[in-house]
Design a protein around this ligand. Structure first.
Ligand code: DGP
Ligand code: NA
Ligand code: NA
Length: 212
């Protein structure tokens, strides 16, 4: 018998720090609220900084520079947080719930590779995780990002580092990526995002979940 899939889409937002990513995630979640009977959804974010477990707390301490870790160990910590959510993510997707995720595997690989780890090794740690159906990359180069307020306080936010992260992101792109010019207005970006998301939700209803 022919197999039918009616599943949710895995939608991921990526971008440099201060690219306006979180604003756009929240706008999309608000938009989806209006059609939730038809397209159930759930928001998620990585890293998850809620102090719900020791891994989350360790990530928080590392990001706020309270704690130092070798690059490899730090990477595996972030990866573990994603791997721990794998089963739950699959369940939601299989139940027809679209997941809207603020950062995911590509952040992991791009930020860790920018610190000097091999990009391939970083992505290899993501193996088995559901692969996004759509990656919305808010493309705002570091030169512009640094002029936004609050830039530079946290680990990874220094400008030369952001340039390296950007270069790594560029190597990770594939046909599932939508690059959005992040210097457009918030409204323009939101409209572009919404259109792509609704298209992908429809398209992947009939497809099995793919994996890294
Ligand atoms: P925010 O998205 O604003 O909560 O910032 C999270 C920071 O952590 C940001 O600088 C990107 C970085 N980050 C996210 N995921 C990973 C990861 O898997 N590995 C590393 N090294 N950094 C990550
Ligand atoms: Na940040
Ligand atoms: Na953010």
């Amino acid at each position: 018998m022919e197999q039918r899939y009616v599943r949710g889409a895995l939608i991921v937002f990526e971008g440099l720090d201060r690219s306006g990513k979180t604003t756009q995630v929240n706008r999309l979640l608000q938009d989806l609220e209006g059609t939730k009977e038809r397209y159930p959804y759930r928001g998620m974010r990585f890293p998850d900084r809620t102090p719900a477990n020791p891994i989350n707390i360790e990530i928080c301490d590392y990001l706020s520079k309270k704690k130092e870790l070798p690059a490899r160990e730090a990477h595996l910590l972030f990866t573990k947080q994603r791997q721990n959510q794998k089963d739950e993510m699959e369940r939601f997707l299989q139940n027809g719930t679209t997941l809207v995720v603020d950062r995911y595997s590509h952040s992991g690989a791009a930020y860790s590779a920018a610190k000097g780890l091999p990009l391939d090794w970083c992505m290899a740690q993501e193996e088995g995780l559901p692969k996004p159906d759509l990656v919305i990359f808010l493309d705002l180069f570091a030169d512009i990002a640094k002029n936004r307020s609050g830039f530079g306080e946290e680990r990874f936010e220094e400008e030369p580092f952001q340039k390296r992260v950007y270069e790594q992101y560029m190597q990770l792109q594939d046909e599932t990526w939508l690059r959005v010019n992040a210097s457009k207005t918030e409204e323009e970006i939101a409209a572009e995002v919404r259109q792509a998301v609704l298209r992908v939700i429809e398209e992947c209803r009939e497809k099995p979940i793919s994996h890294f």
